[in-house]
Write a protein that binds this ligand. Structure first.
Ligand SMILES: Nc1ncnc2c1ncn2[C@@H]1O[C@H](COP(=O)(O)OP(=O)(O)OP(=O)(O)O)[C@@H](O)[C@H]1O
Ligand SMILES: [Mg+2]
Length: 179
């Protein structure tokens, strides 16, 4: 991949407000507006099918290359794969939004928004014989923290955002200039 990857067709820069202290149940998006940190995020929308995982991985790799964080791309791709797989497997959402964001110099945030606000991710502890239930365990081990935000109002939720954050050691010194 080149030093600065090319964003996939249809990909938009965005600025999500993750400050849950201010407004825990809403999501705001402003296209092409950089954050105060100078790191705009990226998002793409896809049909909620297995093939979306490949596009999500590409977005993670491209964003990481853009930010000079190639060292985080593989783990980021692994995490986004699990989040997409979960939306596909466990929801009836027709579409998902994949988000790769850099809320701070030391944070890489990966998220998938689906339109099922009722079924939520649950960390499972599968036994040796269990074939499933390891995706979030993997996310839990690979990320600094993860979670899920219900989107919409309390009386009319419309979806949720499942997310995980990676810590970027070294902060600003470890990254190229913000783009
Ligand atoms: N996006 C989601 N929407 C609804 N439920 C979810 C979502 N993500 C996870 N879950 C719930 O959390 C559980 C644990 O998810 P996890 O990814 O660990 O296991 P899995 O998807 O069942 O199996 P595996 O990932 O190993 O194939 C799931 O079984 C499901 O009940
Ligand atoms: Mg899973």
């Amino acid at each position: 991949m080149g030093e600065r990857g090319t964003l996939p067709r249809g990909c938009r820069r965005c600025d999500f407000d993750y400050d849950r202290r201010r407004e825990p149940m809403t999501i705001t998006m402003t296209a092409a507006r950089p954050r105060a940190t100078g790191y705009p995020g990226y998002n793409t929308t896809h049909p909620c099918v297995g093939e979306a995982a490949a596009a999500a991985r590409r977005l993670v790799r491209t964003a990481c290359a853009t930010w000079g964080l190639e060292g985080h791309a593989e783990i980021g791709a692994l995490i986004i794969s699990e989040l997409v797989a979960n939306a596909v497997r466990h929801t009836t959402s027709h579409s998902i939004r994949v988000i790769v964001d850099r809320p701070a110099a030391t944070q890489l945030r990966l998220a998938v928004v689906d339109k099922d606000p009722y079924a939520l991710p649950v960390l499972r502890f599968p036994g040796d014989e269990d074939e499933r239930g390891r995706g979030l365990l993997l996310v839990d081990r690979l990320s600094e923290r993860w979670g899920c935000d219900v989107l919409g109002s309390a009386v009319r939720p419309w979806g949720k955002r499942s997310w995980a954050e990676l810590r970027i050691a070294g902060g600003p010194d470890n990254a190229r200039s913000p783009v």
